[in-house]
Ligand binder design. Sequence first.
Ligand code: PRP
Ligand code: URA
Length: 269
Amino acid sequence: MRRSKEIYRCETGFFCVTAVHFLLKILEIAIAFSDKQCYNYRRIHNMCARTGGRGYNMKAYTNVTVFDHPLITHKLSILRDANTGSKQFRELVCEIGMLMGYEVMRDLPMEDVEIDTPITRATVKMISGKKLALVPILRAGLGMLDGVLSLVPSAKIGHIGLYRDHDTLEPKEYFCKLPEDIAHRQVILLDPMLATGGSACAAVDFIKARGCSQIKFVSILAAPEGVERLAKTHPDVQIYTGGVDEKLNEKGYIVPGLGDAGDRLFGTL
Ligand code: PRP
Ligand code: URA
């Protein structure tokens, strides 16, 4: 009788320890998850607070990352300056493209590969066969292309030509040429400006219509309106930006912004 009581106590103790262990594990996962979400939110929220964003609830969008790196912010500030000429503007857009590309590709999958070093045979890590496609939205996205391409020179390149109708601000398509196998590629969509979000949404629609489901959108500057529209319309798309400004003006330009990115890049002001 005493023996069966001992067994019973032992089993109860074991059950309690396992249950506590299980609960702690769940707590740990929950904290890690909320930390990651808060991190992205904090960065975007701080940016809005600093520039006086109009109370958009960015917290809802866990697929948005705002870069807060001093190099990116500093270069973006020079882009904003109306006295910055086309040559310097082009150079900076390219540099920011490279800096952002470095971070955007942080989660590329790796695989073990066997090689011979000069000393011995070794197993090393290399980027696995993940195929990339870089897709600039014409015209201004072209400015970011070389910077990103310098990191992944063998990536395929697609082009999507869109311009905003001056009156309706709706995007008009004039060109679309994407790699044949885009459905099997990770797409990095490039456009320095995310204003109303119309162009970005249209570009994502084109790419999805070709069967591609892995899309990242990279912009240098965004308006809260554009972030909200893209994040809501395409919650599966990861959005990266160098800053979220205060608002759009009545002509659909980002305020304070940097003006018309395409015109400043190509000197067509
Ligand atoms: C700019 C920019 C984006 C779009 C953003 O292009 O490069 O593509 O505006 O605005 P949205 O978010 O309101 O759609 P634009 O239409 O001026 O064409 P361009 O690059 O040829 O100058
Ligand atoms: N497109 C630009 O180039 N600049 C803006 O501010 C908005 C859209």
